[in-house]
Structures are given as structure tokens and as C-alpha cells.
Design a protein around this ligand. Structure first.
Ligand SMILES: [Fe+2]
Length: 166
């Protein structure tokens, strides 16, 4: 795809995010399956539901913008591949939960950056309805990220993951 202007770049970003959400929809059930901490399992399950809504929002935007829905986001592919590889290697459940959290947060941060840019482009291009939808997702990704930090610091580490390791 030739990127000549901000509009092209916007469509490219949307295609990237759409592919990211699809890949996350595939990866999350596997992460939920490997998680042990109850709060973490719930947070990931809730986020799976939320991810479906986020993909639907992009579908709605696609009905007016027609971006490439077949493009593959290599960035999220790499982040998910690296995270899952390590998750599979860890036997200790609390340590594995810590890895699941860090892998999930890497995904969230990628999405926060992507949605932040997409929303800014939509604003600049005067696509107010798109900007609203992108803003909603951006907010949810930020909240999901904060919740993961809270689980790591509040539950996982308080339960003595660090002490156990010493
Ligand atoms: Fe998402």
C-alpha cells in the first residue's frame, strides 16, 4: 500500500489495529488457560469480551472507511509470540502469572500507542464519529493496563512471589 498522505496513514493504522485485535482474540483464551490467579483470570476474561467490542468498533469504522482487513500486524504478532513462548516455559504458577501480566501489558501498550495515533489522525481528518469510537477503546486499554499493574503489585507480589524466589 502506498502511503502518500495522512488519510492513507490513518487507513493503514486502522488495518494494523484490526489485525492486532483479531490476533489478541486468538491469544487471550490461551493466556486465560495458563493463568492461575483468580483476579488475573477474571481480568483477562473480561478483556476478552471487551476485545470483541473493540473489534466491532473497527468493523463499524470500516463500513465508512474501507481499510484493508486482510493486512497482518507484524508488531503484535512478535509481541504475542515472544510472550507465549516464555509463558509455556515457566512451571511455577505465580511466576507464570507474572509473565502473563508482563506479556499482556506489552500488548496493551502497543494498542495504547496505536489507538492514540489513530484517534489523533481521526481528529485531524475531521472524522469525529471515528474519533469517538477510537477514544472509547483507548480508554478501555488504559484501564486494562492499570488493572494488570494492580493485580501484579496488589495480589501477586503481596502473596509473596518475591519471598518464594529467595
Ligand atoms: Fe484491544
Amino acid at each position: 500500500m502506498k502511503l502518500s498522505n495522512l488519510h492513507d496513514l490513518y487507513l493503514h493504522k486502522l488495518a494494523d489495529l484490526y489485525s492486532a485485535e483479531k490476533q489478541i482474540l486468538e491469544a487471550l483464551p490461551k493466556m486465560i488457560d495458563k493463568a492461575s490467579n483468580r483476579e488475573l483470570t477474571k481480568a483477562l476474561s473480561d478483556h476478552l469480551e471487551q476485545t470483541r467490542t473493540q473489534a466491532e468498533r473497527l468493523d463499524r469504522i470500516n463500513s465508512s472507511r474501507q481499510f484493508d482487513t486482510a493486512m497482518k500486524c507484524k508488531g503484535i504478532h512478535g509481541i504475542i509470540a515472544e510472550g507465549s513462548e516464555t509463558i509455556m516455559e515457566i512451571k511455577d504458577t505465580a511466576t507464570r502469572d507474572a509473565q502473563i501480566i508482563t506479556a499482556a501489558q506489552s500488548v496493551e501498550h502497543y494498542e495504547i500507542a496505536g489507538y492514540g495515533s489513530a484517534k489523533a489522525f481521526a481528529d485531524e481528518l475531521g472524522f469525529d464519529e471515528d474519533a469517538d469510537l477510537l477514544e472509547q477503546t483507548l480508554k478501555e486499554e488504559g484501564e486494562a493496563d492499570k488493572l494488570l499493574s494492580k493485580i501484579a503489585l496488589g495480589t501477586l507480589f503481596k502473596d509473596g512471589l518475591n519471598e518464594k524466589a529467595q
